[in-house]
Each structure stands twice: as structure tokens, then as C-alpha cells.
Design a protein around this ligand. Sequence first.
Ligand code: HAM
Length: 403
Amino acid sequence: MIKAPRGMKDTLTPMSEKYTYFIENTTAIAKKYGFSFIETPILEETALFKRSVGESSDIVGKEMYQFTDKGGNDVCLRPEGTAGVVRSFVENKSDRIGGKHKFFYYGPMFRYERPQKGRLRQFHQFGIESFGDENSLEDVSIIVLLKEILDFFGVNYEIKLNSLGCIECMTPYHARLKEELNNTDGLCSDCQRRKDTNPIRVFDCKNKDCQTLLKDISRLNESLCKECSTHFNSIQSMLKKLNINYELDENLVRGLDYYNRTAFEFISSDLGAQNAVAGGGRYDKLVEFLDGKPTPAIGFAIGIERLLDMIEVPMTKREGYYFGAIDEDAIEVIYTQATIFRKEHKVTISYDKKSLKAHLKAADKINAKYCAIIGEDELKADKIWIKDLEEKIESLVDCKDMD
Ligand code: HAM
């Protein structure tokens, strides 16, 4: 038997109902904030992710589904959505127009990680990206939008917040940090590598020994420049005004290289070890870095599987009609009737003769409001027996009155 690749899943009912319920409602909330739908290819040039997510990141360094296509192009399945949206933004010259551009997207992402609970090799994200706004109020709006989405689904979460500064304040800090790390013995091999490629990544290390060793190492938020501090303080003061609780987390450095200033994660204790339900931040230099006109930007992505694990779809109201026949002779009659009826209503037709009990059970299973049946007597009288499954009322209707 051929099985789905390791770490990849089919989306079957009831998960597929949860998925559509999530997408419909999240889309409506994102539109309310002025975002519009964008879809970019699942396959992109590998260079895109190397340049944006960064070669020092685990995502690019270890986890890419990378291959050479038949034309000899070095391509990979997208490990995340931001880089593709920025590539599209620049390629379609939206950076030249100026102004504000807001996009949302959803779909599969691919990371060759070790599968475990909450960690897949093909997973889905719902992401938003906002271009053209440097104002700290946009950072707040993005956090508020993510909060509104998670609140809509009744998810428990905590907001973790940090500032990663800018090139001006971080360049001297990185040099200092590297020196401090060079003087620290006993770091794990990953941290040894991170120290040379992107030193702030060490703060993300889950190794207990490293965490102890890193306790006294100076953190980046102590070195923020005046502009970055002001920006970060403004965000915090507005979050407080809005009564939004958050926790400052100086170890929150995010796993992708493109971030500057604001970084945030929404984590949930209802998830296992992989407790981040969503993450995001500012990436003011990425458009420029991908050959566009300098454009500030900020966004986030929600891990859809992780979120769906924590929610239930509310019971939907009964809806539509179920049509069925008890005898072979009545199947064509009921089929014709139902086909006419389908123009106006949600209709499910059974092509098989079945007992009344079996039809009622099938109608109930699909949550139909009405079960419409033709048996021997109804066929003779040119009538249809209808039961309202919600009100539990039965009636006989003339076929000609049905439309
Ligand atoms: P990320 O933190 O790498 O950020 O991923 C966002 C979310 O995707 C995570 O919080 C998690 O819920 C989910 N996720 C990540 N990896 C997996 C996995 N292997 N299995 C299941 N779920 C996973 C980004 O991808 C950025 N592009 C977010 C962003 C948008 N930043 C700015 N704009």
C-alpha cells in the first residue's frame, strides 16, 4: 500500500470542516482590517529563501525540500509564505507605487523537520503581510488582528514580545555578543555554529546547559538605539492602553533572519512542546534586500494545524433538503424533482432505493433540515412526503407545488 509521505497528512472530515470554518472566518476578519487575498507559487527559486529567511537559519540550512527541476533550475517547496509575497510585491512593482499594501494568504508550507506532535513536514499557514507602514501603531494593529482571530476561535494563548533592533544598533551588538560567546566554554555544537553565522540565534537554543551558560550574556534589548527603543516603547504603551496583556521575552529572536525591531509569538499551554500557534514581526529591510524600493513591512503567520487542534466547529443549523425513494420506480421521479429544486436550495439526492428509516438516518447524518421521500403511495398520488427534521413536522405535498 502506498502511504502519504512521513510528516504529511490528508485533510479529511471532520478536520476538513474545521479547516474551511477556520479559513472562512479568518478571511472575514483579515478583510475587515483591509487585507486582500494573494496567492503565490508553492515552488520558488531556492535563492529566494537563502536571501530572505537566511542561510544561517535551520529552515534554510537543514529543512528545505530543495531539488533541481528538469530545466536545471535550483528550486524548493516554500518553507514559509513571507518571502514569496515579498518576491511578488517587488516583481509586480507594487513597491514603485508606494502607499500601503496589505495581503493575506493561506496554504501548505514544507519543512523537512523531525515529525512530532504539532510538527509536520507539510503544514498549513494563514499569513498576513502589511507593506508601507513604519508607524508603531501598525505593529499594534497587526498584534490586535492576530489576537482577534485567536479570540474568535476561543483559543488560550500568551503573547510574547521582543525587539530585535535595527542594523545600526545590532551591528555593534552582534560583534560584542560574538566576543562574549567566544569567551564562553561549553556551548553546544549548534550554538558554536550560530555564534559565527547569526549570534542572536543562540538565545533560541533549547539545550538546558546552553540556557544556563547564556544567563549572564548581554541581551539585545539592552543595546537598542534611541529610535528602536522609542518604537518599541510606543507599541507597549498602546498595548497597555488597549488592555492587551503581553510578556517581554528577551530570548525571543525568531527562527528567520529577515526580522528587525518587533518580534512576537502567540504561544498556548494547550499545545505540547511545539507551543507557538503563531509568530511574526517586522521586516523593514527585506523588500530592499530582494531588489525592491525600501518599504517597511510587518506580518505574521498562524500554524493552522496547531490552531485546529485546539478548536471545535460549533454545531451548524440544519440546512437544505435530502431527497430519497423507497421503490425503484420512484427514483427517476424524485431525481427529476430534486434537480429542479436544486436551482434554489441545497439538495442531496439518494440514487438508491432504501427504507424510510434508512433515508431518515442518512438525512440526519448530513444535517439536512428536510427529508423528502417518495414511496409507493406517494408515487400513485403524485405527492412527496416531507419531514422537517428540526421541528419534527411531517406533511404531504403535491409534486407540482414543490417548486
Ligand atoms: P514561523 O514562526 O516559522 O513564521 O511559522 C509560523 C507558525 O507556523 C508557527 O508559529 C507554527 O504555528 C507554524 N509552524 C511552523 N513550523 C511548523 C511545522 N513544522 N508543523 C506545524 N506547524 C508549524 C513564519 O513562517 C513567518 N513567515 C511568519 C511571518 C509572516 N513573519 C512575518 N510575516
